[in-house]
Design a protein around this ligand. Sequence first.
Ligand SMILES: [Zn+2]
Length: 486
Amino acid sequence: MRLPASLLTAALVAVPGLTPAQPPAATPLQTDLLAHLDAAEADLVKCNQDIWTYAELGLDEHRSAARLVKVLKAAGFRVTEGVSGMPTAFVAEFGAGKPVVGILAEYDALPGLSQDAVGARKPVAGRGNGHGCGHSALGTAAVGAAVAVKAVYDKHKLPGTVRVYGTPAEETLIGKVYMALDGKFDDLDACLHWHPGTKNRVWPGSSKAAVSAKFTFAGLPAHASGSPDKGRSALDGVELMNVGANYMREHVKESTRVHYVVTNGGGQPNVVPASAEVWYYVRGNTHEDAGTVFDWVKDLADGAAKMSRTKVDVRVDTDCHEIIPNDPLTKLLHRNLVRVGPPKFTDADRALAKELQAPLRGDFGLKEEKPLHDVIEDLPATPPPPDGGSTDVGDVSWLVPTGGLNTACFALGSPGHSWQNVAAAGSPIAHKGMMVAAKVLALTLADLLQDAEVRKAARADFEKRLGGRKYTTRIPKGQKPPAAIR
Ligand SMILES: [Zn+2]
């Protein structure tokens, strides 16, 4: 059944006597979508568990991408693999013509976070990585939502095209940035995303922009004790640059973040290091802010090279934008989140979450009362401050109206990228959160295909927020994505 556009849009604004806790009765299309996802739950849980077990790092997610592609091909999607120069990136679609609505899937894990799905710290033997950001569930629910819409597409005579983006290496802000530079999002009318979180809420705010770059210093090798005067230390260059960055901190906006790791500091102490490398992330609340501070960091590198009589090369791996929020999409997602309702956690889920919280109470004084978020957070009256993290969803949001949500997949109060989140992501806690996300996304995809008014409103909000700003990048023109990030 096709709902009149005006009816769908009308439901986005407050209706007297109709609070968000009482959404209107489900349409036959919505009932079919939710029934499809209930029937698909076991398969989707298995898909999450497989990707959670593979735990592959960004640009190396071969099995994880193939697992999602398998689901999409079995459902009859047209799939293109290895897009935009990344073997683990893919685009899958069904339907035809306009509108074209996208949904973003991620599936990369994090290094050093191996952890079993249990309530105490327990790395898994033979596995170094872990899904501490829950991207195993993220990719699975995005694919599940699109497959659900395909299942009802013909019966309900839906218009347009649904496209799933398999976006690798989110943790290093690579996949969507290079897909954006390759024009992959240019014909979208709207795009949806979600992220496993500690709460059930739409995502009305922004994120930090980030530049990721590697600075490689080149010196001259020499015996560090016998002939140090004949050597020039590349490591000195790195250290002087880092000292400069730590003095710079006081004089940039407080919202700035600058962090680095030394990825090559030389071989052993008795050889003056001829080569050394430091990897920087420079972040700000806007792309402009991050860029301004990054330009200063580049000057620090040049100064450090001068001081150490070495040479420095910089490679910008990525230049990621902050999220441009979108009110009409946020409200539409919120309405569908209220319709689906929060995850229905069991006592066993709450017991596991309590165990996961215990060390957080001890180490960090965590005060959370409840183990799991089992309600839906109201839409905030004013936009929240930008999230402390970055996501390359931001780059998509600069090109097309984009909206997203979180669902409770982790214990309340858990920090991001923690072993606690790896454990929860492989447990029934995340399975329940993931299914809520898949349902909300499926309902919202269907709304966006049918409702020209909400698409128009989303586009207008997008244009207003961009205010004529254009998508620019510090990545050199024509630069290919890195083959590996480390
Ligand atoms: Zn993440």
